[in-house]
Write a protein that binds this ligand. Structure first.
Ligand SMILES: [Zn+2]
Length: 691
């Protein structure tokens, strides 16, 4: 039988040792919920010795180990994983080594077990019992100019791409031996000749600061930045000889070498050559063997994975999250449903091929006052993305908070007349809300949170008579926001506003108003105005069609169903050259390419597009029956020529519908928009006025 492999939620590496001997990789602790005792328990250390059976047994006493004298491994001590309970216990296994590092990272506070369980229980299980923190897929090591996949695609974890360091035992280092050498010698380079007389120094504002202040500033800088500051300003030159500065590289949770936590407890703390120690550990030419290097490397890797979890555990719960109940004073208007969120596992009414990315666990209401108010958002980072953790609205009449509140430095606020709230943009991803933009007029306002690499929608904007927001969160972030209208409110403003530009979720941003989306020719338009079903777009013609005169080839990769536009000039932006993204690098194999050569320089222009959508006839995926997938499209030009691009035929029975879009007089075709899921599933045409 093949082994059942689970992945440690703390480091992302497997809990499994192929050689079946005991090692850090198969020594685990369990964090489980017992449904009869209603209690979260951290087990002692167990050994994953039956990977074929997928059995996790560990002593229930936190201080015990499987190899303690007198402990007998018993099925009574088994707990269930992956959502299933065994002995009324369901939970998560994690490496004991990673648990120790988590304890060190949060020290002197204890790890809050209830919170950690709630956070892990919020994540979706991806393949191999791996919890999906939302790490982006990794670009190939040689780098790539075009991102290879959309942020809502794939669950590959860049932390697993290269295996060797991640299998090293993070504790297989004799740290005491490293630390027992207290002093050494470092060569001190002489200052460059221009450091005190160069042109930079004369305008140097830091010269007016005392040395101690410059040292204090450097404490907050990454080491490389601090050392660069030395080259830019004489005021930082002393840093190289400042033991306080080098000590700061080890002390403090976010310092470069904080993962060498033993330093903080070592008896020689405070009486050592910190600079020498720093260079010993970071010098790539030190004479340590591969074992020590691997161990240090993996220690650092796990530490960097654990630190964001510590920040998540330190979020403060708002009262209603703590009791997990809705506010009964808010009465939602019946039948009114306007919401934006990730793909929640609990939604069954949205038909989508995308996998679930989050769970809706707690519902709260955030009343919107009819007066000036301050709206604040706390943010939290998980995986490769930053999410809104919680919101607060403070006005003369109310102070209401929902979700989770983080440290002040991760909070942003805006003030507005909440009775005139009109602009309400949401940056959203598969796993929840990334950023929010509120404004009481059409004037620009800053985003609260980080909208980068998220999809954007104005679906919640331009709604009158808002009573409250219905806010759903999981164990650490907001995953969905809905509008609650006043009970007697008119809903025609929302009903008239449901068009693709306003209500769809767009990536990387919303097409500007002067680009026509020709919605009536976009087959599945209706289903893209709700749920998380991102549309992406490309403006291959450029503003006013300026690139059309250079367009000479359109190619279609039949394997990936990605379009590429080739131009005679180099200065066409990359975004205008590609439509769609493939998770794997493109091959240059022309056998897989459909190629249409177009004479843009000679005046040939695309004038019409024919789109055929196929609908699955039989029982099957509901989205394929209701909104279908692209079957083929034809590109017509003003020279009476056309070319047909087709996906690879699949053995299924389909109904096919066809629409022909012809560019109206005075307009030019300059872009496409669409959606992809294992190929292009929907295609729309963008036009604009001919200049
Ligand atoms: Zn681990």
């Amino acid at each position: 039988m093949s082994p059942i492999i689970f992945t440690c939620p703390l480091c992302g590496w497997r809990i499994y040792e192929p050689s079946a001997t005991s090692s850090w990789m198969n020594e685990f602790r369990g964090l489980y919920l017992c449904s009869t005792e209603k209690k979260i328990t951290l087990t002692g250390v167990g050994l994953y010795s039956d990977p074929e059976g997928g059995v996790f047994i560990a002593p229930p006493n936190t201080a015990s180990r499987y190899d303690d004298d007198g402990y007998n491994i018993s099925e009574q001590d088994q707990f269930g994983t992956w959502g299933y309970a065994v002995n009324n216990r369901r939970g998560f296994p994690m490496h004991d080594a990673c648990w120790k590092l988590l304890e060190e990272a949060i020290h002197p506070e204890p790890v809050p077990l209830d919170r950690l369980f709630d956070v892990l229980d919020s994540l979706i299980s991806a393949m191999y019992g791996k919890l999906d923190w939302g790490y982006k897929e990794c670009c190939p090591p040689d780098g790539c100019a075009v991102k290879q996949s959309f942020p809502w695609e794939g669950v590959a974890d860049s932390r697993q791409v290269t295996a060797p360091p991640f299998s090293s035992d993070p504790f297989s280092i004799d740290v005491d031996q490293i630390l027992s050498r207290r002093f050494g010698t470092c060569e001190v380079p002489a200052p460059p000749a221009n450091i005190s007389s160069g042109p930079i120094s004369r305008n140097d504002p830091f010269l007016s600061l005392p040395e101690e202040l410059c040292t204090a500033i450097a404490f907050y800088l990454p080491t490389q930045d601090a050392l660069h500051a030395r080259l830019a300003s004489r005021s930082f030159w002393h840093l190289f000889d400042c033991q306080q500065f080098w000590a700061s590289r080890f002390i403090g949770r976010n310092s470069d070498l904080s993962w060498l936590f033993e330093v903080r407890r070592h008896p020689y703390r405070g009486a050592r050559d910190w600079r020498w120690l720093y260079h010993q550990i970071t010098d790539k030419d030190n004479n340590w063997n591969e074992l020590i290097r691997g161990a240090l490397h993996n220690r650092q890797h796990i530490w960097l994975s654990v630190l964001p979890i510590v920040e998540i555990l330190e979020l403060r719960l708002t009262p209603k999250v703590a009791v997990a109940e809705g506010d009964e004073q808010v009465v939602p208007k019946p039948g009114f449903n306007l919401r934006v969120g990730g793909t929640a596992a609990e939604h069954s009414d949205i038909w989508s091929p995308l996998k679930p990315g989050c769970r809706r666990r707690y519902k709260q209401y955030l009343p919107i006052p009819q007066e000036r108010a301050r709206i604040s958002a706390s943010t939290i980072t998980a995986g490769s993305f930053t999410y809104i953790a919680g919101l607060s609205v403070v006005s003369d009449s109310q102070t209401v908070k929902v979700g989770y509140i983080g440290p002040k430095e991760k909070e942003r606020s805006i003030e507005l007349d909440a009775s005139k709230l009109r602009v309400f943009n949401v940056a959203v991803g598969l796993r929840g809300i990334h950023a929010l933009l509120f404004a009481d007029s059409t004037s620009s306002a800053p985003w609260l949170g980080d909208p980068d690499d998220a999809a954007i929608t104005t679906r919640l904007g331009n709604v009158a008579d808002i009573a409250a927001l219905e806010v759903w969160s999981d164990g650490f972030r907001l995953v969905e926001i809905a509008i609650v209208k006043k009970e007697d409110a008119d809903c025609s403003d929302v009903e008239n506003n449901i068009i693709l530009r306003n209500s769809a979720v767009w990536y990387p941003d919303i097409p500007p108003a002067h680009l026509n989306l020709n919605e009536e020719f976009f087959f599945p338009a209706q289903s893209y105005t709700q749920g998380f079903k991102p549309l992406f777009w490309t403006h291959f013609g450029g503003p006013g069609g300026i690139y059309l005169k250079d367009l000479h080839r359109i190619s279609w990769s039949t394997a990936d169903e990605i379009m590429a536009f080739e131009f005679q000039k180099e200065d066409v932006p990359l975004d205008c050259r590609m439509f769609g993204r493939a998770p794997l690098p493109d091959s240059d194999d022309e056998d897989n390419l459909d190629i249409f050569d177009i004479d843009g320089p000679g005046g040939e222009r695309i004038t019409a597009i024919e789109i055929s959508q196929k609908y699955y006839k039989e029982d099957g995926e509901r989205w394929l029956m209701s909104e279908g997938a692209l079957a083929l499209f034809k590109v017509f030009t003003n020279r009476g020529r056309y070319y047909q691009f087709e996906d690879e035929p699949k053995p299924r029975s389909w109904n096919v519908k066809t629409k022909l879009f012809t560019s109206p007089p005075g307009y030019i075709i300059t872009g496409f928009y669409g959606a992809q899921f294992q190929g292009l599933v929907a295609l729309g045409v963008i036009t604009e006025l001919e200049p």
